[in-house]
Design a protein around this ligand. Structure first.
Ligand SMILES: Cc1cc2nc3c(=O)[nH]c(=O)nc-3n(C[C@H](O)[C@H](O)[C@H](O)COP(=O)(O)OP(=O)(O)OC[C@H]3O[C@@H](n4cnc5c(N)ncnc54)[C@H](O)[C@@H]3O)c2cc1C
Length: 159
């Protein structure tokens, strides 16, 4: 592309050949920068790894089934003040899922096959969680997974 040319995107090369369109919407998530950086478009997307951890123990029933919490008798989605550790109840699975908001201190780094790291739970989530809720003391996750938020670097919102 020369600087004096008008730029019009009309076609995309794919592994099944080129595809033409009047309008092209790129929705490759955290891969958007890889596709747009080479053509000089800043899509303002940063990859931010988010990790989820599942805990399932009979002792957690008091959170999953206590009369008076609300109509469902279950602890609601809760964000703890420290570290923005949050929990989501999964009553049908008799479990709770946990994560923590990531920010300064956590790198923007794309990984090919992201995996959750048990150490992230032990060092980041557990200390906060067990302080607010003693019923989590000594409990370890039975399941975990990780993925990427596409963080907009203008306003820090994930998509
Ligand atoms: C741990 C975690 C928990 C979340 N929890 C929630 C939640 O509870 N509620 C909620 O609403 N959202 C949640 N989200 C966010 C939600 O997953 C994303 O907002 C949503 O998946 C974004 O969809 P998308 O289609 O924009 O991108 P993606 O789902 O990332 O899809 C992009 C697609 O593009 C494909 N692709 C990439 N590069 C290329 C290429 N060169 N050629 C062809 N294809 C390509 C990828 O394979 C992928 O299929 C969560 C995210 C994470 C990581």
């Amino acid at each position: 592309m020369e600087v004096w040319q008008d730029k019009v995107f009309k076609e995309v090369d794919t592994n099944r050949g080129p595809i033409s369109a009047d309008a092209i919407v790129l929705s490759a998530g955290t891969r958007n920068p890889q596709l747009l950086d080479p053509v000089g478009i800043d899509c303002m997307v940063k990859p931010s790894k988010n990790q989820l951890f599942q805990l399932r123990e009979p002792t957690l029933q008091q959170l999953l089934n206590t009369k008076g919490f609300n109509e469902q008798n279950v602890i609601p989605f809760t964000i703890l003040p420290k570290g923005q550790v949050y929990l989501r109840p999964a009553p049908r699975e008799k479990s709770l899922w946990f994560a923590a908001a990531v920010g300064v201190g956590q790198p923007f780094r794309l990984e090919e096959d992201p995996a959750a790291d048990a150490e992230f739970y032990t060092e980041n989530i557990y200390p906060v969680l067990s302080e607010y809720f003693p019923c989590f003391t000594n409990l370890r996750p039975v399941n975990m997974w990780a993925g990427f938020y596409d963080i907009n670097s203008l306003d820090s919102t994930p998509s």
